[in-house]
Design a protein around this ligand. Structure first.
Ligand code: PHE
Ligand code: ZN
Length: 878
């Protein structure tokens, strides 16, 4: 299962390991440039593997300094930097001792053992453990780990490992000390972690439903414990919720979370020792926004939930990645929905799904939720694996119903605890619990692409029947020309013109099954299906795909008037929001096409939305956030001119802003007296509503908007309102904007996470001068290519700037391409992530398309490309 020389790894090549590891003892003596790792592996042949096979251990840039087999020294030449092969190991159990020396300071890939700030830390998923020592570095090899960590006491007073602490003490006669950690739960190497350094802890305690007292700690850079409180609170809430909602209790005596400032991803679920990107831990009202708080809550929960879905039950191979990620995202979404507003959470999640996953699924990087090959596994931590994976689980629940879903999950935990499982194992539990054949449903895992579902209605006044003709089709994706129909659960209702719900009755032919009727869910499992509803009032409007019950693009024949009715009356909040999005999207696209589309028709309903904002501000804020330029581009589908999309969207925002100026001013004025900041959902909703109003008001009247925004910027007692005001100012060219940016920098120069907002906002300005601004900022003292968060803030945000990344002269593509090439030598994972900016290049008009392609080709032609960047460029061009 390796990807040497760019050879893809294939699911069909999976074989069980030929050796098993019964126990691992690691002795890690930390040093900034020469850390010594002694590994003692108790191995034995796997009875299910190939007898007498060579033992082939993975390495990556390793240097071996000693090798012993059952106590006898081995030739060091058996070890190369990326492999340790023992041709004929003993036929029974044996002990292999390996010593390696590694340099954490030189590790700029941030995989394996590296330095971050004042600490040593590790990142092993997916294949980082092999950068620490030689190992069977694959998720289906589970072992019990004991780790001794030793370091200079002054340099590294804190010594953390997986599992429970066993002993600690001084190393006599030196300035060094040590700690021993033992993790009783067998685990794959990707869950291994060590952290050591100068860190402060915010401590807490949690007693599980099983009566276990767990010592909790959030470890942060010295001086920052004041910013760890929300993370600790979110952790306790997560632990309680997993017991209540899923019956899952924690299983060790300690749980440590560490925040580090250099981290490629969001966070990592190492057993008992989660390591986090500090942006998902640190928060205070003056430094973090409501969105940051919500992100912390979600990511803390996500990593904690992995303890069962990922750690206790792990993946057989990396093709099964969604087994743990899709399920754990589903779990964190449910947690956040319970902690906050469920419909608003659903809307926010679907926004992300459409923006990221639909874009991926519609472009050259499209892949199935269970891919069948990859070159570099790091490239597969995608929106498809995570977000679409979560949607699949949600569909299982919709299809089998909540009771069978709960039984199926219980089954999964009972049967697969302590094992490395597959997606088939998982689905099998629900098939068994529900008595349903889920084989057709399995296509969601193996076919890529977003299905399009079209719905046509016809009402016959004479017979009072409503005929609904449904059809599905899925465009080809790379390597998958033909698609079979998906099983699409469509939650639905029939909405009468006055908003009442029409009772659903269908006849003998073209009817719904009892189960479908009971669940208010149409199961579309074939390419087309006709349904006839009986005794239906004229003017009745079907509300389809309620709560976004399947990850599809729904195209209906609803008129604008129908949509305005749904927007006002649908009992399903998601569809109320989605109807508004569709109306707005139609309006903006009409402008792009022929300058038509008059927002005046929306006046009454939007005024009503603003009024509902008084009691459900978070929801109203979601309605007032127009569809993004990326979504509109996908809706247009081909030959997109991003400048035209931007201009049309801004014109509509401006028109809405002028049309409802009085309402928005009232919202802003009322919100100003809202009381002191608290990061709860209610307060966040009020701020989101008010800031949406400010943004639209400014779009309609820039001078007034700038004045209001500057007042808010100066007077804000929290980062949410301050940064929202700066975002409004950032869109209005002139001195006021530059003065606000300067003031913001001045105030927050010492806080890198806040300066990231400053970088990102500037990189997002939709003006031709932004490319130069970003090039200038690359040389700013606060910027470095060495910290992933800085790169994502400045270059990631620029890559997501629709008009400036896609400048008609190609200067935006060149800027990102140059950065990718420079970064690739230092951190290939981050370089490959930046390339995500190019995911929709084929949608563009021919001029930009040619320039984007040329930039990709230039990257691809470079020497010494990493496997990460090579795979993305070749797929993007392929
Ligand atoms: N497994 C992590 C998560 O989803 C993500 C991650 C992947 C982090 C690879 C680091 C490296 O929680
Ligand atoms: Zn995860």
């Amino acid at each position: 299962m390796r990807s040497d020389q760019g050879q893809p790894v294939r699911l069909s090549d999976y074989r069980v390991p030929d050796y098993l590891v019964d126990a691992v003892a690691l002795d890690i003596s930390l040093d900034r440039t020469a850390t010594r790792v002694r590994s003692t592996l108790r191995l034995r042949p796997n009875p299910e593997g190939v007898a007498g096979a060579p033992l082939d251990l993975d390495g990556d840039e390793l240097v071996a300094t000693a090798l012993r087999l059952d106590g006898a020294a081995l030739d060091l030449a058996l070890a190369t930097p990326d492999r340790l092969t023992i041709a004929a190991p003993p036929a029974g159990p044996f002990v292999l001792e390996v010593e390696t020396v590694i340099d954490p300071t030189a590790n700029t890939k941030l995989m394996g053992l590296y330095r971050s700030g004042s600490a040593y830390c590790t990142q092993c998923e997916a294949e980082g453990f092999r950068r620490i020592t030689y190992y069977l570095d694959r998720p289906d090899v589970l072992s019990v780990f004991t780790t001794r960590i030793e370091a200079e006491r002054d340099d590294a007073p804190v010594l953390l490992g997986n599992g429970n602490p066993v002993e600690a003490g001084a190393v006599e006669g030196t300035g060094r000390h040590y700690a021993v950690w033992h993790d009783p739960h067998p685990k794959p190497s990707y869950l291994f972690a060590v952290v050591s350094g100068r860190l402060d802890a915010l401590r807490g305690e949690f007693t599980t439903s099983e009566g276990r007292r767990v010592a909790l700690a959030i470890w942060v850079e010295p001086g920052k414990v004041g910013q760890a409180g929300y993370a600790l609170d979110a952790l306790k809430r997560s632990m309680r919720w997993d017991e209540d909602a899923f019956g899952r209790a924690y299983d060790l005596d300690v749980f440590n979370v560490v925040a580090v400032s250099d981290f490629n991803m969001g966070a990592m679920e190492n057993k008992g020792l989660n390591v986090f990107n500090d942006k998902y831990v640190l928060a205070s009202p003056e430094l973090a926004t409501d969105a940051d708080y919500a992100g912390i809550e979600t990511v803390i929960a996500h990593e904690y939930f992995h303890n069962w879905t990922g750690n206790r039950i792990t993946c057989r191979d990396w093709f099964q990645l969604s087994l743990k990620e899709g399920l754990t995202v589903f779990r964190d979404q449910e947690f956040s929905a319970d902690q906050r507003s469920r419909p608003v959470k659903r809307i926010a999640d679907v926004r992300v799904l459409r923006a990221r996953q639909f874009a991926e699924d519609g472009g050259p990087m499209a892949h199935s939720v269970r891919p069948d090959s990859y070159s570099e596994i790091n490239n597969f931590y995608t929106a498809t694996i995570y977000e679409k994976g979560a949607e699949i689980i949600r569909m299982v629940r919709t299809l089998v119903g909540p009771d069978a879903f709960a039984r199926g999950l219980q089954h999964y935990f009972d049967r697969f605890d302590g094992t490395a499982a597959t997606v088939e194992d998982f689905l099998g539990c629900f098939a068994e619990a529900s008595g349903r054949d889920l084989a057709p449903f399995f296509r969601w895992y193996v076919q890529a692409g977003t299905p399009r579902v079209t719905a046509r209605t016809h009402h016959d006044a004479a017979t009072r029947t409503l005929t609904l003709d449904l059809a599905q089709d899925t465009a080809p994706t790379p390597g998958q020309g033909e698609k079979l129909p998906f099983v699409v659960p469509l939650r639905f209702g029939l909405v009468l013109p006055d908003g009442a719900e029409q009772p659903v009755r269908t006849g003998e032919d073209d009817g719904l099954s009892d189960a479908e009727l009971a669940n208010d869910t149409i199961e579309l499992a074939t390419a087309t299906r006709r349904i006839r509803f009986e005794d239906v009032e004229p003017g009745t409007i079907p509300s389809l795909l309620r709560d976004f019950s399947a990850p599809v693009r729904l195209v209906t024949d609803a008129t604008d008037a129908d949509l305005l009715t749904l927007m006002t009356h649908d009992t399903d909040a998601f569809n109320r929001w989605d109807a508004a999005q569709t109306v707005l999207s139609r309006l903006i696209i009409a402008r792009v096409r022929d300058g038509g589309g008059d927002p005046e028709a929306l006046r009454t309903v939007f005024a009503a939305v603003v009024r509902t904002g008084r009691h459900d501000p978070a929801f109203a804020a979601q309605v007032l956030a127009l569809p993004s330029e990326g979504e509109l581009a996908r809706e247009i589908g081909r030959d997109v001119d991003p400048d035209a999309v931007h201009a049309a969207r801004e014109a509509v925002r401006g028109a809405v802003g002028r049309m409802l100026a009085a309402e928005f001013r009232a919202v802003i004025a009322e919100g100003a007296a809202a009381g002191p900041y608290a990061p709860d959902a209610a307060g966040a909703g009020r701020r989101a509503f008010r800031n949406a109003a400010l943004s639209l008001l400014a779009a309609g009247d820039p001078a007034l908007g700038a004045a209001q925004a500057r007042a808010q910027f100066d007077g804000a007692d929290n980062m949410t309102d301050r940064v929202a005001a700066l975002a409004v100012l950032s869109l209005i060219p002139g001195e006021a904007r530059e003065a606000a940016f300067a003031a913001f920098y001045e105030r927050h120069a010492a806080e890198p996470l806040v300066i990231d907002k400053w970088f990102a906002l500037q990189a997002s300005i939709p003006e031709r001068s932004t490319v130069d601004r970003v090039r200038r900022l690359l040389g700013h003292p606060a910027f470095t290519l060495g910290v992933p968060n800085r790169v994502y803030a400045l270059l990631g945000a620029f890559g997501a700037n629709p008009t400036e990344f896609n400048r008609p002269d190609g200067a935006g593509y060149d800027l990102v391409a140059d950065a990718v090439v420079t970064l690739d030598g230092r951190n290939p994972q981050v370089a490959a992530r930046l390339l995500g900016a190019f995911r929709s290049w084929r949608l563009l008009e021919p001029g930009r398309r040619a320039l984007a392609e040329a930039a990709l080709k230039r990257i691809a032609a470079g020497p010494d490309l990493s496997a990460d960047v090579r795979e993305i460029t070749s797929r993007s061009l392929g």
